[in-house]
Structures are given as C-alpha cells and as structure tokens.
Design a protein around this ligand. Structure first.
Ligand code: GAR
Length: 195
C-alpha cells in the first residue's frame, strides 16, 4: 500500500479536535514518517482548553480555536483557514461539533472521522457504557467518511476486539483508544489508495 506514495508529495491535512487529542498525537507521529501520505498543517479545536492543542504547539503546527457560538460565523472562519492552508483532507479526531451540510458539500469525500464502536452499531455518545450494559461480546472502532447523517458515512476500516468478562467502561475506553491510534493511520492510507 505504502509504495504507491513513494515520491509523491504529501497531502495537506487538518485535524479537528475538541479535547484530549490522543488521536491527534498519534496522527502527528505518523505524519512525520517518510512514507506517510499526509502532512498535518493545521489543527482546529472547538474548545480553547483542549489538551490536544498542546501537541499542535509542541510540533509547531498552526492551530486555531473556533468557537461555535455563532455557527455561520464559526464555519466562515473555518473555511477561510482551510482554504488558506490548502487543506486536502480533514480528519475529525474527537471533534464534538456537527459540521453543516453546506460545509460538508465544500469538502465532499474529503472528511474522515474515527468513532469508538463497530459502526453501524452504537452511533453517538457513551458507546463503551452502552456496549457494556448490553453485554456485547465484541467492540472496536471505525474510521468512516463523514456525510450529513451522524456516524453514518461509508466505512473505510474497522478493528474489532473481544470484550472480557472483567472489562468495564474504563478498561474498554483504554483498550479501544489504543486500537484507534493504530487504526486511523491505516485507514488514511487505505482511503487514499482507493481514491
Ligand atoms: C476517541 O475515542 C474518539 O473515537 C471519540 O472521542 C475520543 C477522542 O479522544 N470520538 C467520538 O466519540 C466521536 N463521536 P482523543 O481526543 O484522545 O483522540
């Protein structure tokens, strides 16, 4: 898969976050590899206190905070910045805001999201809690294309793990997060190879 990208210039990617930013950290580490097909040139946070902003700063990546009080205004600022930095791929990574249809149309087929469940099961929030309550045997994470229905776009890649009897919400959160860090870079490579 990787061979396809050798010698090609890297795509400009933006990562959108709202909090901890552990997926952002993993994507930054990945993007630094010689064979990575992407270069992270912009980090967008919907929250000025997001811990993840520190990873952007530590790596000298341009970062902006977009406050979602006035949505049209927020998206205008977003779009202007994405154009300015010639963004070709957007990776949502724990971004807790909904992008408008108008915004999605401008980046059709160029926005990926990671979700901590085996979609189409467990869309929305508190996935691990619901998975445990329902005594599921498996869980995992999914990278998918973003469309205008929440957590419903075309699935790019999934990773599945078995739930143990001793697992609880906390242990699953940790295990799945670790899987997410492996899955997102792989999904990006797969997505870009099939385009
Ligand atoms: C991740 O588990 C991600 O899958 C989830 O938020 C967490 C962000 O963690 N995203 C969603 O639930 C989106 N609906 P991170 O900030 O450490 O990457």
């Amino acid at each position: 898969l990787m061979a396809k990208f050798v010698g090609k210039s890297k795509l400009n990617a933006a990562v959108f976050i709202s909090g901890r930013g552990s997926n952002l950290r993993s994507l930054i580490n990945y993007s630094k590899k010689k064979l990575s097909p992407i270069k992270i040139v912009l980090v967008v946070s919907s929250n000025k206190e997001a811990q993840g902003l520190n990873y952007a700063k530590m790596n000298n990546i341009k970062n902006i905070v977009v406050i979602y009080k006035n949505i049209p205004k927020a998206e205008k600022k977003l779009l202007d910045t994405l154009v300015k930095y010639k963004i070709q791929l957007i990776c949502l990574a724990g971004f807790m805001k909904i992008l408008s249809k108008k915004f999605l149309l401008k980046f059709k087929g160029q926005i990926l999201n990671i979700h901590p469940s085996l979609l189409p099961n467990y869309k929305g929030l508190h996935t691990h809690k619901r998975v445990i309550e329902n005594k599921e045997k498996f869980t995992g994470c999914t990278v998918h294309l973003v469309n205008s229905c929440l957590d419903s776009g075309k699935i790019i890649l999934q990773k599945k793990i078995k739930i143990l009897r001793k697992d609880n919400e906390n242990s699953l959160t940790k295990k799945v997060l670790k899987l997410e860090h492996q899955l997102y870079p792989k999904a990006i490579v797969k997505f870009l190879s099939n385009r």
